[in-house]
Ligand binder design. Structure first.
Ligand code: URA
Length: 248
């Protein structure tokens, strides 16, 4: 891609604005050589105002979403984009979240402009496990793990039972759960279906990828190895689910 097209793709402005940035001698190599040719093919080590360019197309961001932020443009702000560099919403390929977390839920949110990867991970057919930690309004009774593992539990207003989920108590009013679907407000509605109420909910992992100790409200780019591991895990989950469905 040429330099001016690349700057536009990454959200540095319109074609004219990108050309102006170049004319103003603000685009350089790491070593400080000024890049003047907007039609030259872009290479790895380009900087604007001395700062490395934003993440290239195909990147995946891991954001620790705080409570209160929304993932969808249709919801009431603040939006998750406010936690990312200002150029991100202006990129030509939209950086979209992979699935969603509701406004009251915090934790691991993946964001990418890689449409096929987004589809692979978010599709109901992929069954990538998502791991949540929660605190609850009522003390646990002891039957929750069996109820959620049964594969017969129905959410209010739905007719298809939930797939089995793995539930582990971690305290009198706290637990972890792993689900392999992505139904609307699934964890909160699951706990309501068995007579409890979720106070606080945090997603701590998606497949092989954990939130670990990333500070709330901050983000990092996944490296190529992590993206590969994530994609491989999703393809494996999808193939397993397909094989299981064909046996049933
Ligand atoms: N389950 C919920 O209830 N909310 C989320 O954001 C994700 C899973």
């Amino acid at each position: 891609m040429t330099l001016s097209r690349y700057l536009v793709a990454l959200g540095y402005g319109t074609r004219k604005e990108a050309e102006r940035i170049v004319r103003q001698r603000r685009v350089t190599t790491f070593a400080g050589a000024v890049l003047r040719d907007t039609d030259a093919y872009v290479h790895a080590d380009v900087r604007v105002d001395g700062t490395p360019l934003d993440a290239p197309p195909g990147s995946v961001i891991l954001l620790h979403k705080p409570v209160g932020y929304v993932c969808s443009l249709n919801d009431r702000p603040p939006m998750m984009y406010e936690l990312l560099p200002a150029s991100y919403p202006k990129r030509t390929a939209v950086m979209a979240s992979i699935g969603r977390l509701d406004a009251d839920t915090s934790g691991l949110l993946l964001i990418t402009d890689d449409g096929p990867l987004n589809h692979l991970l978010a599709s109901p057919k992929s069954h990538v496990p998502k791991h949540y930690a929660m605190t609850l309004a009522e003390p646990l009774r002891g039957d929750e793990a069996d109820l959620l593992a049964s594969g017969t539990l129905l959410l209010k207003g739905e007719t298809t039972p939930l797939l089995p989920a793995l539930f582990t108590a971690t305290g009198e009013r706290s637990a972890e759960v792993t689900i392999s679907e992505g139904r609307y407000h699934q964890v909160r509605r699951m706990m309501a279906a068995i007579g409890n109420h979720v106070h606080a909910l945090q997603r701590v992992a998606i497949g092989p990828l954990a939130l670990a100790n990333l500070a709330v409200g901050t983000w990092r780019l996944l490296d190529a190895g992590e993206i590969h591991t994530l994609r491989t895990a999703a393809l494996e989950c999808k193939a397993l689910a397909k094989a299981k469905a064909s046996r049933e």
